[in-house]
Design a protein around this ligand. Structure first.
Ligand code: ADP
Ligand code: MG
Length: 267
């Protein structure tokens, strides 16, 4: 379970030039008094316009930031209180730009990190190789890609590698920040299908961020529509589409221009 209780994250706004300022009028809320319970084993999709706080929410779950006020708990523990090495094995995180190391091959990108320190070198590399083989099948990548560097891959292939890397330690939680953001529509829908299969087969707790409503509807069990650091409405796509809470939700849906064919899928 991922649990947010009255969580706010404030950042000093650009207008404030004094780095020591405690004046709260110079702070803006990236996340604003948010309370949430995210059920385990489900795919939770946060969606909303740029700047509404989606990436900040993931960083709070990943323990990369502490909230300014309120409490974040993941499986009963406060993320920033868990040693990063321990937490990293429990959380697979794909940051917004994928985050592969450009100077490392795909194999090195996948095998980096803590991997059973009590094992001998040979045992470690056997275990790593076996895991990599499983993951390549899962994300539909050929073995020949292992020798390549990130710049020698297409955008879609890079995202598949980033996903494989996040799954390397079989984490209970998977955080994905716009994993399909920069891809063209054909590759995007292909990868969407892969992600859907992976989410269904692995049954992990997934928190995925996107600004694309159709993607959110395709991948998520529950959608959370965000605006200005708050969740303005949550539910299935059908709930939200048939019964938008307010003008923001209505405008957001209309602006995304869901096709009739897409809407028919949900009715
Ligand atoms: P999203 O991912 O939805 O586009 P973010 O969570 O990245 O939004 O950002 C939410 C708000 O917080 C934005 O106004 C952004 O400028 C601000 N923000 C995010 N990170 C920082 C930071 N490290 N320092 C100052 N402001 C930040
Ligand atoms: Mg973002």
């Amino acid at each position: 379970m991922i649990f947010f209780e009255n969580v706010s994250k404030l950042y000093r706004s650009a207008k404030d030039s004094n780095p020591d300022s405690q004046d709260s009028s110079h702070h803006s809320a990236a996340v604003n008094n948010l309370s949430l319970k995210l059920e385990p084993g489900k795919t939770h999709v946060f969606i909303g316009p740029s700047g509404c706080g989606k990436s900040t929410l993931l960083r709070l779950i990943a323990g990369l930031e502490a909230p300014t006020s309120g409490t974040v708990k993941v499986k009963g523990q406060i993320p920033t209180h868990i040693p990063p090495k321990v937490y990293a094995r429990n959380i697979g995180y794909v940051i917004q730009e994928g985050g592969l190391f450009p100077h490392l091959s795909v194999y090195e990108n996948l095998s980096i990190g803590p991997f059973g320190t009590q094992l001998t070198r040979t045992e470690q590399s056997e275990r790593i190789n076996a895991r990599i083989e499983e993951l390549l099948q899962l994300v539909h990548l050929e073995k020949l890609f292992l020798k390549r560097f990130p710049h020698q891959l297409s955008g879609g292939q890079r995202q598949r590698v980033a996903l494989a890397r996040a799954l390397m330690h079989d984490p209970g939680y998977l955080l994905l920040d716009e994993p399909l953001g920069a891809l063209d529509p054909v590759v995007r829908s292909d990868l969407q299908q892969s992600l859907k299969e992976i989410f269904q087969s692995l049954k992990k707790t997934v928190v995925l961020v996107t600004h694309d409503l159709m993607e959110a509807a395709t991948l998520g069990n529950t959608l959370y529509l965000m605006n200005k650091g708050s969740v303005v409405q949550s539910g299935t796509f059908k709930d939200i589409h048939l019964n938008p809470h307010d003008d923001f939700v209505r405008t957001f849906i209309t602006a995304q221009k869901p096709s009739q064919e897409f809407l028919d899928l949900w009715n």
